[in-house]
Ligand binder design. Structure first.
Ligand SMILES: [Zn+2]
Length: 92
């Protein structure tokens, strides 16, 4: 079975990977929304969920600009928790 696998690029490290290996970020007028299901309508972007380097504000700035900080925090909260670590999230 050789189904076509869509390839997407991580906006942080620019590595190309199968879409299923990446975490989708939905681009909305209000800002970025994480879309773990990958199924919400709208424009999307992708980051590596398994590489904390790709969640860093500095790496995201080229893509997210002034919203990089908020995006980095959302990614760390979502993905850090997923691995059972990262319990040191700042309050608020
Ligand atoms: Zn990446």
């Amino acid at each position: 079975m050789s189904r076509h696998v869509p390839i997407r690029m991580c906006v942080a490290c620019r590595r190309r990977r199968p879409k299923g290996e990446l975490l989708r970020i939905l681009l909305t007028p209000e800002g970025f929304v994480l879309d773990p299901s990958g199924k919400r309508p709208g424009r999307g972007a992708y980051v590596c969920p398994d590489n904390p380097e790709c969640w860093k504000e500095k790496k995201l700035r080229r893509f997210a600009g002034a919203k990089a900080k908020a995006l980095a925090e959302a990614l760390a909260a979502h993905l850090g928790g997923m691995h059972g670590q990262g319990q040191d999230l700042p309050a608020g």
